[in-house]
Ligand binder design. Sequence first.
Ligand SMILES: [Zn+2]
Length: 527
Amino acid sequence: MAVNITVYGGAGTIGGNKILLEADDTVISFDFGINYHLWSQYFEEYLKPRTARGVVDLFEIGLLPPLKGIYRKDLEPLWENVWDRVISNTKVREIHLDAVLLSHAHLDHSGHISFLDPDIPIVCSPTTAFLVKAIQDSSVSDFEKEVCYATPREEQGRLLASRHWKKYSSIQRQFCFTKPVSFSSKAHDFWRESVGARQMDCKLPKIINKIGNLELRAFPVDHSIYGATAFAVKTSDGWIVYTGDLRMHGETGDKTRQFATEAAKLHPITLLCEGTNISKENNATSEEEVMQNALGRVKDAEGKLVVADFGPRNLERLLTFREIASHCGRKLAILPKDAYLLQSLHLTMPEIPDPITDATLLIYEEVKNVREKWEKDLHTLYQSQSKTVSPEDIRRNEGDFILCLSFWDINELIDIKPSEGGIYIYSSSEAFDEEQRIDVKRLRQWIEHFGLSSVGVPDPETGKPSEAEQGLHSSGHASGPEILELIETINPEVVIPIHTEHPGFFASKLGSVREVRIPKIGVPIKL
Ligand SMILES: [Zn+2]
């Protein structure tokens, strides 16, 4: 029986992975993420796909694959319109999708699950499932981010509107794990609970080892988010392995190596391999090096405020700074959304500190008028335990804190009024595109305005920090030599490069040893 792999996202670009595997009368998708590269060519913060038009805007731009039968039925009133448009320039196929194998909770891998029929099972690690829910719970409601549960909609006139919140519950998707897990009652409550006024039609996760006719294996790997997983699927022609995103230089890099060893034992016919950093020769800065470098900077700023900027939701980096804070006798003040994520993660990974009981963590009280219900609840809880810190508290004892903020929260510093000599540590990725470089310019303006010194902030011209200020960020992806070594170990017959801007690099490095099939969007690769 033929095995077909069709890449609908993640070919020649970083992220937006949507990779269809069809074999033995079974169809699965490896991830179903947002293609931010394409998205940002048309949209920006104030020009977004219109919620009231459902998926019409997304199909117009080609952000969703032309596959009939896999999307939400409550968006159907608009389908006729959609398929008419799509049919005019693409081939529409009708399929039954048996499951999505979700590698991790980054939105470029998970985001457009939002539009899938909620009956389609999502297979992932328990940690990914909890992160997916916590991220949705703590985000501003956005129809492109309904990954864990969907708000039911109906046609009103020519528009789509949310159905009445009192009568219609949110529909939770069916999450599946490959191994049994025993959840505490707190973990159960978290999974069941709705954070808004609308009730949750809850589905408890199931355990599965097979999808349709395909046997399934999951392997934990190291990446810049907890819970990352690689998958292997057994077809009648042999095993197909999917790396998701991975690296070797994080805290759990040995998991990635173990995955390679285990995957090799399956003698896979094909490896779908990520190549974000395939063209980078040097091995990346490790998380441990980030810790040492940042620790030195914090020590130098004794008695002064330290601001740590590592972008939103980078929990591994947050815990790196927690170590540093504890080492320097400081408290780590974090935003409510990070605290929410951390306490949710603690439910599946008890080794992760619970911010409510941890001696180093405090919740920063943002200056805000409107608070969502989850945030109000969180506030009340932490306040009752004296675990909150206000801008005034920080101003009075600057040297006692490391404050975790990103560019998007920088105006909080207006209320803190940091004194001169404080430091802003930028511990996040480079500025890749023009928009990010403009943000970096603004960030530098703010830092200068407050008279802070800074380290690691990218240069708006090059998008990178100066030579002397590097080593404060660790990438989520393995370097070129590491990826090649991984492929050597797994030893597949065929390699399909995905999640990379340099697929040709794979061919030039591996071409003589093994077959490299470079994917094109929507064109099936027959194995
Ligand atoms: Zn990722």
